[in-house]
Write a protein that binds this ligand. Structure first.
Ligand code: ZN
Length: 423
């Protein structure tokens, strides 16, 4: 048994002086002063104790792209960023799209991961938008209930409709990267706006995302399945989600830290290039308001590591994506809680833990409560530090936030009562 003593603990929306006693399975007791002789003491003096963060959108790159990241380094990065549960995207090689490959994939994860990992399976074989995978077999064998073709949009309404029917029949969720791949021009690398056109960069229109999202929302309304939209970036997408929620569709959406913090005007080079791109000021404001009014439901990272060599290419050739597991909590805490005082700590942490856990149906995680899993992150909210990409545990250092001054340094991360990272 272990006990966290002398810390301030986030319980619901309140930050209270509490001790927490737990064993490997669960939180046993939360009280003002806990005396337990046989428990190992973790001293949290000066620190705030949060529930372990949950991220439903991570690229671990293994198998297939281990030069970019591995299951081991990616989950270490998660621990370093305060994440105790992550969901990894299936655009790896071989694609986890049938029982055999997934068996092997889960084996690797079990061996290498230092935090809790739930893998997605593909919606279509090799994410090719042709053949919908055998969701029934995948769910029955491995309890995987989340399907995504992240990296690409499912090309046709016909295939997406079939996937939704299967998801509904098997009580699974479709998690969609919505993008009309044919509408995006080759070499397009940023948001399609005047400021980017002036810099000579080819743009990706907002409708690339929103048109396919609107298609999916219409389909999901018809079918009645559960649907979650990845990395919403455009104001039209926020409006569409809001409208379909009002119609009663079972839909949710996520937004990333970088889309909440940066705009097209901030782009300096390939480390600001991601898909979907950083859009205009009014889009960013719509994302913030969307999260606040419930049109959007949670914050996810879309951690997408690449090698420095790949990112050193010119803007139109460098791959899309940035690393974010190790920066998102301090960045969001600093900007929206500390500086702007726009959100409470409890609100931010809700969007990064309880909200995703609830929507993705993982019981017993996402908040600090007796009986819940002993997953914690100990944070120093008071001291300012500088983001230093050379200190990342991820193999990737492709971040636009290097050198930013932040509060909210992660000091210790505990998963199922075990310390998996300590600074
Ligand atoms: Zn994506």
């Amino acid at each position: 048994m272990r006990v966290i003593k002398n810390g301030m603990v986030l319980i619901g929306q309140e930050v209270l002086h509490r001790d927490i006693l737990f064993d490997e399975e669960k939180i046993i007791q939360i009280d003002e002063h806990i005396q337990c002789e046989e428990a190992e003491v973790i001293d949290a003096s000066g620190l705030t104790v949060l529930p372990g963060l949950v991220d439903v959108h991570v690229h671990l790159r293994e198998p297939g792209y281990t030069q970019k990241e591995t299951i081991h380094t990616g989950t270490l990065a998660a621990a370093h960023g305060g994440f105790t549960t992550i969901f990894c995207m299936p655009n790896v090689i071989p694609y986890p799209d049938d029982v055999e490959t997934i068996k092997e994939y889960l084996h690797r994860i079990e061996k290498e991961a230092v935090v809790r990992v739930y893998p997605y399976a593909c919606i279509t074989t090799e994410e090719a938008s042709k053949e919908v995978v055998d969701m029934k077999a995948i769910k029955e064998n491995f309890c995987i209930r989340w399907f995504s073709d992240d990296g690409v949009g499912v090309a046709t309404a016909e295939v997406m409709h079939e996937a939704m029917e299967k998801a509904k029949a098997n009580d699974c969720m479709i998690v969609a990267h919505t993008e009309d791949m044919k509408y995006r021009k080759p070499g397009a690398c940023v948001h399609d706006s005047q400021v980017n056109r002036d810099r000579g960069w080819l743009g990706i229109p907002s409708a690339c995302e929103s048109s396919q999202l609107i298609r999916d929302l219409a389909l999901t309304q018809e079918v009645g399945n559960r649907y979650h939209a990845c990395h919403i970036s455009a104001k039209e997408s926020v409006e569409a989600l809001k409208a379909y929620k009002e119609k009663g569709a079972d839909v949710t959406g996520e937004v990333t830290a970088h889309h909440l913090l940066l705009e097209d005007i901030d782009v300096e080079g390939p480390n600001w290039k991601m898909n979907p791109p950083l859009r205009a000021h009014e889009d960013r404001m719509a994302l913030i308001r969307g999260l606040e009014d419930g049109s959007l439901d949670m914050i996810a990272n879309d951690h997408a590591p690449h090698t420095e060599q790949e990112k050193n290419k010119p803007m139109n050739q460098a791959p899309f994506g940035i690393v974010s597991l190790e920066t998102s909590f301090p960045l969001l805490y600093t900007e929206f809680v500390k500086k702007q005082e726009r959100w409470t700590l409890g609100q931010l942490v809700y969007w990064m833990s309880e909200a995703p856990a609830k929507r993705f149906g993982i019981e017993g995680i996402g908040k600090i409560r007796e009986g819940y899993r002993p997953d914690f992150v100990l944070v120093d909210l008071e001291h300012e530090t500088t983001i230093d990409k050379t200190q990342f545990l991820s193999k990737g250092s492709n971040t636009p936030f290097n050198g930013w001054k932040v509060f909210g340094a992660i000091k210790e991360t505990i998963v199922s009562s075990k310390t998996v990272w300590k600074g």
